[in-house]
Ligand binder design. Sequence first.
Ligand code: C2E
Ligand code: MG
Ligand code: MG
Ligand code: MG
Length: 284
Amino acid sequence: GSESARERGIAYYKPTRDSYSADRLTLVSELREALNNDDLALFMQPKQSLKTDRIVGVEVLIRWPGRATPIRPDEIIQLAEQTGLIKPLTRWVLEQSLALRSRLLEHGWPLNISINISPNNLREPDFPIFVQRLMNSHYSHRGSIIFEVTETSMMQDPENSLKTLNSLNTTGIPVSIDDFGSGYSSLSYIKQLPASEVKIDRSLVTDLATEAEDRVIVQTTIDMCQSLGYHVVAEGVEDQATADLLRDMGCDMIQGYLLTPPLPFDELLEWLANSDQQAQRKLG
Ligand code: C2E
Ligand code: MG
Ligand code: MG
Ligand code: MG
């Protein structure tokens, strides 16, 4: 997968390095084509409760398989944002995510689906209406979809972001503040958000086991967010020592390579079946 490609040091295409080059124009038209031909894919990464050890949801993450030169997801998104493709791309992601949720349900997994939303989407006047229509056209129970928005992205247009998030929230879609602790948002802004969850940025989690300062920051963040009524997820948990620390700190949920990297649908099903057996054994 792309993770192992990254570890092997394969050069990734950098869309920003040469904004107007022929390469980039080709890439943009390839992305448009990939979107039209359903050549993009969605992987899913499980989110586990530290209170019950159960898998409570999955985060949907975009991939572009079948390319000679792999492109990182954040660069796909950046390219889409710069070229107006983010609107159709996010709509594709939303439709596919709802379909994946249905397929998971069919296999007996009523999991929450977390979907990343770009700041540009929050500025589309018809975004809440589109989401509402989509939700109405799919069998759904409330709370089964969560929108992840990074704190930094909201600060580009705090007023409108807040308006859009409020209107999404009244249609029953909870908001998760992604990459918390990596940006510059103010606490007075954060407290106004109709969020139910905060995801602590991987940069604060990575060295938790070895850095005392990071433990202070993460513990304080957990306490503050929980006091404000948010559930707290730690992202980028890669080892058991970090998970144990987070459990001791009262963190609600974890995500990370310790559980598994993001997986395609069939592999996720397999993984869920195995992890479920383990949970049953633990309980039994
Ligand atoms: P994010 O939403 O913060 O997603 C978490 C990222 O951390 C994912 O990277 C995931 O693969 C990676 N990750 C998870 N666990 C670990 C771990 O234990 N260690 C390490 N080193 N990494 C871990 P990914 O899939 O490359 O996505 C990067 C970013 O691209 C996402 O960050 C999100 O901001 C954006 N993105 C991905 N898919 C979409 C999408 O469909 N729409 C939008 N708007 N953004 C997306
Ligand atoms: Mg996310
Ligand atoms: Mg994140
Ligand atoms: Mg991120």
